[in-house]
Design a protein. Structure first.
Length: 277
């Protein structure tokens, strides 16, 4: 049994908290909007940091991470380990790591892949950026909410991989939406398109999962459009730092921004298919 504090009870954090509690772990939680359905909830991030030396962040963006860190700063000690599972930009990862070092606590760059259903089952895949010694210390905790743990390098490596893989996911779903619209316009059913894709080199778990839902216009949220839009901006910032300007990613990002402004921000990002209706 482990004792952890989970900060951020959104789509993923809430499910991980319940899963770990179900495994017998002691889980203290904090959320910006209080949640009465979690008995071990505390009022502030500082209270969460006092409750446990292992802090897991499942927050929305860089601003939330910086704000929560500031609220915890006064009670953090060299014994604390901060596992940041939030998808944020590389500059903020570096800033949080430096601020943690100044206190003496350990910061781990630890985003993940996996949406609502894997979180419910504790089957996330963590992309870890830290040293091997630290990973050995935290691996048992991570194993309680994951099916795999990839050690990608030092601080920042996990975030880089998370951002570029999300960039690929967004552009793939955009292409699936285009293919679905064109094939249906020519009388080809979504089922037949799905069968064709499954026998093609473009077959993927993402296509197999998203295409049937897109065909039914079922955009119940597994990963929100607004979160994918946010991550696409971070990915473009990452590219720009190296003088790279990815045109496809930029175009899909702009489409996601428009759909968010039209009121689809909290739908699943597969609602990219809606632009062809």
């Amino acid at each position: 049994m482990y004792h952890v504090s989970i900060l951020g009870l959104g789509l993923i954090g809430s499910r991980i908290a319940r899963h770990m509690a179900g495994m017998g772990d002691k889980v203290t939680v904090w959320n910006r909007t209080p949640r009465e359905d979690f008995p071990e909830a505390v009022l502030t991030p500082a209270d969460a940091a006092r409750a446990s030396k292992v802090i897991q962040l499942y927050l929305k963006d860089r601003n939330a991470c910086l704000e929560v860190f500031e609220q915890m700063r006064g009670v953090l000690t060299p014994e604390h380990i901060i596992l940041n599972h939030s998808t944020i930009d590389l500059a903020t990862v570096g800033k949080l790591s430096l601020m943690s070092s100044a206190i003496g606590c350990t910061y781990v760059d630890c985003p993940f892949t996996g949406s609502r259903l894997p979180a419910e089952k504790g089957e996330l895949v963590y992309y870890v950026g830290t040293d091997s010694t630290t990973l050995d210390r935290i691996r048992p905790v991570l194993e309680h909410s994951s099916r795999d743990i990839l050690h990608l390098g030092g601080i920042g490596a996990g975030t880089v991989v998370k951002l570029v893989t999300n960039m690929v996911s967004a552009t793939m779903v955009q292409s699936l939406g285009e293919a679905l619209a064109i094939s249906q316009a020519y009388g080809i059913s979504p089922e037949m398109l799905g069968q064709a894709i499954s026998r093609n080199v473009i077959a993927s778990p993402l296509a197999a999962f998203k295409l049937p839902l897109m065909a039914k216009r079922d955009f119940s949220t597994h990963f929100s459009l607004d979160n994918m839009r946010k991550d696409s901006i971070y990915a473009q910032e990452l590219a720009a730092e190296k003088g790279i300007h990815p045109p496809v990613a930029a175009l899909v990002s702009s489409i996601m921004g428009r759909l968010c402004r039209e009121g689809r921000a909290e739908e699943d990002f597969s609602c990219l298919a809606e632009q062809f209706d």
